[in-house]
Design a protein around this ligand. Structure first.
Ligand code: PEP
Length: 251
């Protein structure tokens, strides 16, 4: 039985003051014990969030990390080992904003994924198609290639301690959500692709859905057999809304 997970990606939002408010709001939430809850603040505020959430079972992750596991001469980057030292336990790899705006490709992401795991971080691999790709009928091909890149380079064993987030690019921050059926179709294909390599690993890996998830649509999405929770962007900046999404996962 997979434990559901709800993770909040705060993206490049926040100030020390607004982060303090969000921490306070999260501390006030009643969170279901059966759901793993995590937040991904901007790195600058990771320590503030880790300290502020002490005693509350909310994990803290980073939105990005370096291709090299250990500290060294790599200006502007933060190594997975430094994230672990700060108290982070997870890291996003390949969010579509980084794939599209920062030009991060599969080869670079393979290195980031491996470096993160080498330091004990759990990578959350984000995959998803653009609207153009969906309309061209290429959704499963695109997602399959993004996933396959990690399998080919690192082996199926890399998914024993990893999470995959299916995030259709057209649904991120747009208010458009994939229907539960559309999301389930892709999640089932991801699990089937993993199962070709190892059925047990495929059954154990958590597959999150991301793309305009709100309290109002969360329960229906999380009710699908291969959807094991959500990666939440905009709605995670509101503690009450995020708490309600976590509780929807708990039901
Ligand atoms: C995201 O950025 O990962 C995301 C899913 O954003 P939103 O929930 O705002 O669509």
């Amino acid at each position: 039985m997979r434990r559901l997970m709800v993770a909040g990606n705060w993206k490049m939002h926040g100030t020390r003051a607004s982060v303090a408010e969000l921490i306070e709001g999260l501390r006030n939430q009643v969170l279901p014990s059966g759901v793993e809850v995590a937040v991904f603040p901007p790195c600058l505020y990771a320590s503030q969030v880790i300290d502020g959430l002490k005693g509350k079972s909310i994990a803290v992750g980073a939105q990005n990390s370096a291709v090299e596991p250990l500290q060294g001469a790599l200006t502007g980057e933060i190594s997975p080992s430094q994230l672990v030292d700060a108290g982070c336990t997870l890291v996003l790899v390949g969010h579509s904003e980084r794939r599209q705006i920062m030009g991060e490709g599969d080869e670079l992401l393979n290195r980031k994924f491996a470096a993160a795991q080498a330091c004990g971080l759990t990578p959350v691999l984000c995959v998803g198609e653009t609207l153009e790709q969906r309309e061209a009928g290429k959704t499963l091909e695109v997602v399959g290639r993004q996933l396959g890149s990690i399998i080919d380079e690192l082996g199926i064993g890399a998914f024993v301690n990893a999470v995959v987030a299916y995030e259709p690019v057209w649904a991120i921050g747009t208010g458009l959500t994939a229907s539960p059926q559309q999301a389930q179709e892709v999640h089932a294909a991801i699990r089937a692709q993993l199962a070709v390599e190892n059925a047990e690993v495929a059954q154990g890996v958590r597959l999150l859905y991301g793309g305009s998830v709100k309290a109002a649509n969360a329960a229906e999405l999380f009710g699908m057999p291969d959807i094991d929770g959500g990666l939440i962007g905009g709605a995670s900046l509101n503690a009450d809304e995020f708490g309600a999404i976590c509780r929807a996962a708990g039901n």
